[in-house]
Design a protein around this ligand. Structure first.
Ligand code: AMP
Length: 114
């Protein structure tokens, strides 16, 4: 998608603080972090949101979680805990319409949603 900011990051057309990359996915630090660790894990192929995923994407989406687990471990969050968020749709707070998994940790978080 030519007008997708995360596609441009994946393509290296705009800079990011990249922390992980493989054939299927890329992870980079959120430009406006909400916690000491705030990483976005995105599929390299464009999907607007979870709404656009198909059954064939299940391994890809699972892979994003595996990356999150590894990056959380690298950040020392395995024991202290971390939060994974996938906002889906504007009403849920999604602002960038390229599916992404937020990895948040390094501070105490309430059980609260919203
Ligand atoms: P969401 O609101 O769930 O769609 O999350 C989008 C996230 O992307 C926000 O937390 C933004 O701070 C982050 N973001 C937007 N532009 C960039 C960028 N160029 N580099 C890194 N993170 C970004």
């Amino acid at each position: 998608m030519t007008d997708c900011i995360f596609c441009k990051i994946i393509a290296g057309e705009i800079p990011s603080s990249q922390v992980y990359r493989d054939e299927q996915a890329t992870a980079f630090r959120d430009i406006n972090p909400a916690a000491p660790t705030h990483i976005l894990i995105v599929p390299n192929k464009h999907l607007d949101s979870v709404n656009q995923m198909e059954a064939a994407d299940e391994p890809l989406i699972g892979h994003l979680f595996s990356i999150a687990k590894s990056l959380a471990a690298e950040a020392g969050l395995t024991e202290s805990g971390y939060r994974l968020i996938v906002n889906t749709g504007a009403g849920a707070g999604q602002t960038v319409f390229h599916l992404h998994l937020h990895l948040l940790g390094g501070k105490s978080m309430n059980h609260l949603l919203g």
